[in-house]
Write a protein that binds this ligand. Structure first.
Ligand SMILES: [Zn+2]
Length: 274
């Protein structure tokens, strides 16, 4: 299954890459080794994702404290404070200070503000890790190397476009330029597995281009990687890394689609403000 999946995804990317209708990005593609509890990602700011063997985040809203500590320690970020938000597939990106201020008022899960992205820098939120949880949705990591600002995003089909929200917010606040910002698209469900109905697929195509959904054997599949790659490129991003692990058919990652609403668990994706 894995070999078939990889072949299909590679073929789609190769077609895209050689089609000539998109300029070539400074783009790297990589796979993560999912055998360890936490993988530090190849990125210019400290960035990680937990894998399924350990350090996961448990069922939503439960049992997160120990897993958070485990994950941050394994990522070499013990002593950092983790900031998370109440994710609802929005396009909202909040400043880290605003999230920290809300969480400081009491028990974290009850007070987490609704958003799907957090942005911060060392002047405003030193010693923090910006985190989102994922299980098929894509974690997106940003690092503005000119101003030292970072952002961590949760982007599923409904929230696709939050990458642009983040770039806009970072531009407003720090003067961030997309072409000086490194973007990493983390592990997510890929076009090999992300079957959707025709209505959703066609809507996705209308918004993000024909290749953002593919049809195979009479079924429709979304391509989150394509959609976000296109958004990044059109925004002016020139430095993109793409993780090619599929959460659903690859080993060692959590998948809502594969494991179902009662059985799925979540991975923590984080980036440190330094
Ligand atoms: Zn797959």
């Amino acid at each position: 299954m894995r070999a078939t999946c990889r072949t299909a995804v590679d073929a789609a990317w190769d077609t895209l890459y050689h089609s000539g209708d998109m300029p070539v990005l400074n783009e790297s593609r990589f796979q993560i080794d999912t055998r360890s509890a936490v993988r530090v990602l190849p990125f210019s700011a400290p960035a990680f994702i937990t894998c399924a063997v350990a350090g996961d985040m448990g069922p939503p809203e439960l049992g997160e404290t120990d897993a958070r500590h485990t994950a941050l320690t394994a990522a070499g970020l013990s002593g950092y404070r983790l900031l998370t938000v109440k994710q609802e597939h929005t396009l909202t990106v909040l400043d880290a200070e605003a999230v920290a201020a809300k969480l400081s008022a009491g028990p974290e899960t009850a007070l987490r503000p609704v958003a799907d992205g957090i942005a911060g820098d060392a002047a405003g939120a030193p010693g923090h890790v910006l985190g989102v949880t994922v299980a098929d949705c894509m974690p997106i990591y940003l690092h503005d190397r000119e101003h030292g600002a970072v952002a961590m995003l949760h982007s599923g089909w409904k929230g696709t476009g939050i990458l642009l929200s983040a770039l806009r917010r970072m531009e407003e606040r720090w003067g961030t330029r997309a072409n000086a910002t490194e973007v990493l698209l983390g592990p997510a469900i890929q076009a090999c597995c992300y079957e959707v109905d025709a209505e959703r697929a066609e809507g996705f195509q209308r918004t993000f281009g024909e290749r953002a959904a593919v049809r195979r054997g009479g079924r429709w599949y979304l391509d989150l990687q394509y959609a976000n790659r296109k958004l990044a490129e059109e925004a002016g991003v020139r430095d993109l890394a793409v993780c090619t692990n599929c959460t659903c058919c690859g080993d060692g990652l959590f998948s809502y689609r594969r494991d179902g609403p009662s059985g799925y668990r979540r991975m923590l994706a984080g980036i440190a403000v330094e």
